[in-house]
Structure formats: C-alpha cells, structure tokens
Design a protein around this ligand. Structure first.
Ligand code: AP5
Length: 222
C-alpha cells in the first residue's frame, strides 16, 4: 500500500535508551536512523575536520556548536533515502535554537517521543555501557552483556561515560529540555523508559502504528 513515510523524533536524557529503542524501531518500521551522536563519533574516528572540531566538546560532555551539528543534520535529511523511507531523528534538536533551525526549514516530525528515566538509573546505565565497534551494537555490562567472549574482548567505553561527565551531560539536557518541548508540545508523547527494553518498545510500536494510521486518514481526507 501507499504509505506516507513516518517522521519521528526521539528525545530523552543521556542513556535514557534512545539508541537502544532506535535499533528496534528501524527493524520494525524501516526508517532512516539519524543519530547526531553516532554521526559525530564517526567523524571523530575518521579524523575529519568536523570530527577534530567536535572531539573536545564531546569528550568534555558538552554540546558541539550548533552550526556544525545543524549543517550535518540538514545535509543528511535532504538525501533521497530519507524521502522514501521516512526519518528517525535521535539526539537532535538538543537546544531551542536547533529546534528553530528545523522549524525555519519546515522540517517537523509527526510525533515527538520523550523517554523518561530517573537520574540515578541514568548514571548506572552510562557507566556500564559498552559499544561494539564492529556491529555498532549497544551493550550494558549488567543488563545486556555481550553474547560471546570474542565480542566482549573488543567492546569499547565512550570517553564521555564517566560519572562526572554524565552529570554534566544530564544538567545540559535538563537546561534545554523545556524550551525544546515547547516547540513540539502538541505532538509530544512521554514514555516511561525505566522498564525492560521490549516493554518500552511495545509502547513506542503502538504509538508509531497509530501515527501511521492517522497519517493515512488525513491523506485520504486530502
Ligand atoms: P549522544 O550520542 O546523542 O548521547 P546522549 O544523548 O547522551 O545519549 P546516549 O547515547 O548516552 O544514550 P541513549 O539514550 O542513546 O541510551 P542507550 O540506548 O545507549 O551524544 C553524545 C555527544 O555528542 C553529546 O554529549 C554532544 O557532545 C554531541 N552531540 C550529539 N548531538 C548533538 C547536538 N544535537 N548538538 C550538539 N551536540 C551534540 O542506552 C544506554 C545504556 O543503557 C546502554 O548500556 C543500554 O544497554 C542500557 N539500556 C538501554 N535501555 C535499557 C533498558 N530499558 N533497561 C536497562 N538498560 C537499558
């Protein structure tokens, strides 16, 4: 059938589970996942000009300057696959001015998902997080340990996942969250992210399926 591609934004504090849920959303809905954190980390490891500029901010747990990130995101959003498959924007906008940049370009999501998790849980999730540089999969030493010894041996820790830096990232998130959500208040859906990941996903899945149906209806209504 002819479906309008979905446009989804996912937001939430550091380690609220955005990346984890995005893996599941992509599997089910086939959207193009655009994670500014992943894009920036790829620039850093490739040693590009953007990467070299971004690196110090990221490692300190601070935001990378808007102009760098906004140029990166708008370039990615204008590619053909995004128009065909729809998009899932993760980690952007992260400030009021970033939200305004998208508004000016008339780029608006169908739904704005916010994952809610208590602070004390977030710290533990960051400190225990490990990434597989080969498959890009996200693990946690306690909650989601690697499947094999071979995978375990190659896992890496993010330089911004120390207790101190997580606190700074969390503060920055809180300072910006209200201003961003004011832009999307009419399409904002809060989801309790402090449950098992499959349970969290069930809620997101039904939300996105419903959004798809609503899109169809408004398309048919013209
Ligand atoms: P980014 O990569 O976006 O980091 P973040 O927002 O801090 O989010 P995280 O990646 O830490 O967490 P997540 O919510 O994806 O959680 P995850 O699924 O991994 O950004 C990094 C940096 O880049 C920023 O600090 C900034 O410098 C820069 N940057 C990025 N975007 C920018 C922008 N727009 N403007 C300026 N600068 C920007 O899960 C975390 C852990 O918890 C994992 O170990 C996972 O296994 C575990 N877990 C997940 N779900 C569950 C669950 N339900 N139960 C138990 N454990 C779980």
């Amino acid at each position: 059938t002819n479906q309008l591609p979905l446009k989804v934004m996912i937001s939430g504090a550091p380690a609220s589970g955005k990346g984890t849920q995005c893996e599941l959303i992509v599997q089910k809905f086939g959207l193009v996942h655009i994670s500014t954190g992943d894009l920036l980390r790829a620039e850093v490891s490739a040693g590009t000009e953007i990467g070299n500029k971004a690196k110090e901010f990221m490692n300190a747990g601070q935001l990378v300057p808007d102009e760098i990130v906004t140029a990166m995101v708008t370039a990615r959003l204008s590619r053909e696959d995004v128009k065909e498959k729809g998009w899932l924007l993760d980690g952007y906008p992260r400030s009021f001015s970033q939200a305004q940049s998208l508004e000016k370009l008339k780029i608006r999501p169908d739904v704005y998902v916010v994952l809610e998790v208590p602070d004390e849980i977030l710290i533990d999730r960051c400190v225990g997080r490990r990434l597989d540089p080969v498959t890009r999969k996200i693990y946690h030493l306690k909650s989601f340990p690697p499947e094999t010894k071979q995978i375990k041996a190659r896992l890496v820790t993010r330089p911004d996942d120390t207790g101190e830096k997580v606190k700074s990232r969390l503060e920055i998130y809180k300072q910006n969250a209200k201003a961003i959500s004011s832009t999307y208040s009419n399409i904002m859906k809060k989801i309790d992210g402090n449950r098992q990941k499959d349970i969290v996903f069930k809620d997101i899945e039904s939300l996105l399926s419903q959004t798809q149906k609503d899109n169809m209806k408004s398309m048919e209504a013209g």
